[in-house]
Ligand binder design. Sequence first.
Ligand code: PLP
Length: 362
Amino acid sequence: MHLGRGPGGPGDPVNPSVVMSSTFHQGGANPYGRDGNPTWEALEEVIGGLEGGEALVFASGMAAIAAELETLPVGAPVVVAGDAYSGTRRFLTDVAGRGRLRFQTVDVADTSATLAACSGPHGLLWLESPTNPLLAVADLPALIAGARERGWNVAVDNTFSTPLLQRPLDFGADVVVHSATKWLSGHSDVVLGAAVTRSEEVVAALRNRRSLHGAVAGPWEAWLTLRGVRTLAVRLDRAQANAAELARRLDAHASVTRVRYPGLENDPGHERAAAQMRGFGAMLAFEVRGGAPEAERVATATRLATAATSLGGVETLIERRGRWQGEEALPPNLLRVSVGIEDVEDLWADLDAAIRAGTASA
Ligand SMILES: *Cc1c(COP(=O)(O)O)cnc(C)c1O
């Protein structure tokens, strides 16, 4: 709430201003708007403070992910969660197809299989936990320590959890990336990304990639994210409480065949999540009776929850992830919900009615 504001003297504005300038008077630290901007720096102070490292903001989550992967030497091996963010997997498929990197997918909930895949020098283990959209929980402390023992570096996409629920740098990860488009900005009105690290070498490499690729954030987007992130704690508390209640009720619903939410005691990731997270988050997924048509009908029958992709905003979003290219391996009847901060009874009435209507013929 208070980072990124400077000490402030009498009469100074409490909030940093949005600095709309492509160039700066010579002689200062920032020569040019593709290399730095005071609004980015205010946001970097906040995100860096939350994750416990030095942050750099990027044009999008994918820009931060691409910058990190582009720092790897040609031919480097990458081991990645099989249900990691689809854009990350598409990026890896693209660069692997051109011989730039090699990659292998693993089930990150399986610690020994994941570590067994980390063999050979100069590799990168790419983790997400909980994963998107299956909500599998990886044993972050064990995987990070094991990979580093093998001489591998570890990157964690912490978009789903946010630094309020887990801080991968504290477990020894080399770099954390964020789609700040999601929980950090929190209002579905910004596309922005960030990378955070404790290594000066990594900061320098990422800063260089950011300037060379030109994948820079607009100052206005950075300012909106700065504004949004100040309420992250209260948004997440409310969304998380809603998610826990909805998960419990969905689990008992006659037309729901499976609920995935690490906060449920019967969830396979529950114990791990309880050990390494300060809360179970506000993302959940459930499978409805029937197949893809029934799930599509449920998603589009909701009136309060919006049928749309993305996550982390104040409003509840629902989608059938299997409708996307590259997501064919997912259960076709799986719906992912990004739970918002609406009244939980309103949300339940909406979901319950949509599930009944959508699965009536199944
Ligand atoms: C959305 C998302 C991304 C990509 O971020 P953009 O801001 O859309 O580029 C990366 N990882 C996860 C987990 C995401 O949900």
